[in-house]
Design a protein around this ligand. Structure first.
Ligand SMILES: *Cc1c(COP(=O)(O)O)cnc(C)c1O
Length: 479
């Protein structure tokens, strides 16, 4: 596709400004005026509309295509949540208003949303308190590990290690390392944590266990009470990676099981699209004993029902992100939770798990399924003997379906990880099954066809290393 600069035609105009350029120039100090005309493309309004509409069509998106990308919850999020987030009373609010004396009444609504969303998340997870500050899942993990460190420091515990099973999300070991801990890998058995294996890694130097549940194999950890009890014995804390909450909402509360920290991804489960690099929000919920360490500021409700920001928390780990977090994402989560209600959230989880199990069963004759037990919101499969996950993924793109997550988790051979989400219909799931059957058949009869895919996408196979390391981000526009 040509850039707007390549399409430019001298003298062509989209919009005629109401104030002629010369009059506008008269109103500005001469030192601020350009010496040369800006090199803007000259296009008609229709050229511009077609150009950007065309660009948007080059994208894969949930609005246009099925997107069964594992561990990402690429589901439909209703447009009304975007409208809520765009309400001018919220978008026009400056973040410093909350601290401006005499301006308190302007910010009461925003503070109330923060406070009520924290309460809603406490209700959903059974935790004592939440901070909404972290800007993404990984940022939430880092916050959680910092809270764990603060707890041990405060108690005078000397702890250096965090245990992480090999089925955890990749950000878990990264967050623990970033916070200064040594990561000890716990091998899983039949896809879940083996309490005996855990026992052998436990000693007084263990600060916490970080666990993804359902784990990246899409499996639920069956031995939670035993695991909690073992860690408690050495005063180690329990971290629950709850990024994929849409497997368990309304079914289990993390706090009730005895976890000390949980992070959620609002930009997966709660009404904001995931992918594309943001915006995200990774709220962190804690048990009673970690409340004093939560980041400042805290929103507090006063006796008269009004809300204030409180900074008077001597044990707080301080700021983890600028201001209060990603406020527009809170609004979408708040609207989503109120719209669905407790019953609706529970049903969302049930459909997410039902859809995944439907696909899991239907694909058992097409792909290799390493773990046959009931899965949660997602599951893993291996490419059939002699085929590569990468080639199957590329062939799917040609047929209008986004690829699943590939080669993750690392413990599965030629891994394809599918997450259908709760919002897809049975017809769409069947279409994926039929398409994969067709791809595998093609791969057997004509292996070269899979190696050549994709042929219908805007770009074919790229040298992925060069695409990341030798990026060309500008176009030569000529003189
Ligand atoms: C997506 C995800 C994360 C990371 O979240 P980001 O917002 O991408 O940082 C962490 N853990 C699990 C299980 C996830 O699925």
């Amino acid at each position: 596709m040509k850039t707007v600069f390549a399409q430019s035609c001298p003298g062509r105009l989209g919009v005629v400004p109401r104030t002629p350029a010369r009059r506008a120039a008269d109103m500005l100090p001469s030192a601020l005026l350009r010496k040369q005309r800006p090199r803007l493309p000259e296009l008609s309004e229709l050229d511009v509309v077609r150009h950007f509409t065309g660009l948007s069509r080059l994208n894969f998106s949930v609005d246009g295509n099925f997107y069964p990308l594992g561990s990402c919850t690429m589901k439909y999020n209703a447009k009304f949540m975007e409208q809520v987030a765009a309400l001018p009373g919220f978008t026009s609010l400056h973040p410093l208003m909350a601290q401006l004396r005499g301006a308190g009444h302007y910010t009461q609504g925003a503070l109330q949303v923060i406070w009520e969303l924290e309460q809603q998340l406490c209700e959903i997870t059974g935790m004592k308190a939440f901070t909404l500050q972290p800007m993404a899942g990984a940022n939430g993990e880092f916050t959680g590990v910092m809270l764990i460190a603060a707890y041990h420091r405060d108690k005078g515990n000397h702890k250096t290690k965090i245990l992480i099973p090999d089925s955890a999300h990749g950000t878990n070991p990264a967050s623990a390392t970033l916070a200064g801990y040594e990561v000890v890998n716990i091998p899983t058995h039949n896809g879940i944590i083996d309490p005996e294996e855990l026992e052998s890694a436990l000693d007084d130097g263990v600060a916490a266990l970080m666990m993804t549940c359902p784990n990246t194999l899409g499996l639920f950890e069956n031995n939670l009470p035993r695991i909690v009890e073992k860690l408690r014995r050495v005063d180690a804390l329990l971290y629950y990676d709850g990024a994929n909450m849409n497997a368990i909402m309304g079914k289990m509360r993390v706090g009730d099981v005895g976890f000390d920290v949980v992070h959620l991804n609002l930009h997966k489960t709660f009404g904001t699209p995931h992918g594309g690099g943001g915006p995200g929000s990774g709220p962190v919920g804690v048990s009673e004993r970690l409340v004093p360490f939560l980041p400042v500021s805290r929103v507090e409700k006063q006796q008269d029902g009004s809300f204030i920001l409180s900074y008077d928390k001597p044990k707080s780990i301080g700021y983890i992100a600028p201001f209060y977090g990603n406020f527009a994402v809170f609004l979408k989560a708040y609207a989503y939770i109120l719209r669905l209600g407790g019953e609706g959230l529970r049903r969302a989880s049930e459909y997410a798990v039902l859809n995944a199990n439907y696909l899991h069963k239907k694909l058992a004759t097409t792909l290799d399924i390493p773990y046959e037990r009931l899965c949660m919101h997602e599951f893993v499969a291996s490419a059939p003997e002699g085929m590569r996950a990468l080639d199957i993924a590329k062939a799917l793109l040609d047929r209008g379906i986004h690829a699943p997550t590939v080669y993750f988790p690392l413990i599965v051979h030629e891994c394809l990880m599918f997450e259908p989400t709760e919002t897809e219909s049975r017809e769409t799931l069947d279409e994926l099954v039929n398409t994969l059957e067709d791809i595998v058949k093609t791969g057997r009869e004509n292996p070269q066809a899979l190696l050549d895919a994709p042929v219908h996408t805007p770009v074919r196979r790229l040298d992925e290393t060069a695409a990341a390391r030798q990026m060309i981000l500008t176009e030569d526009m000529g003189a």
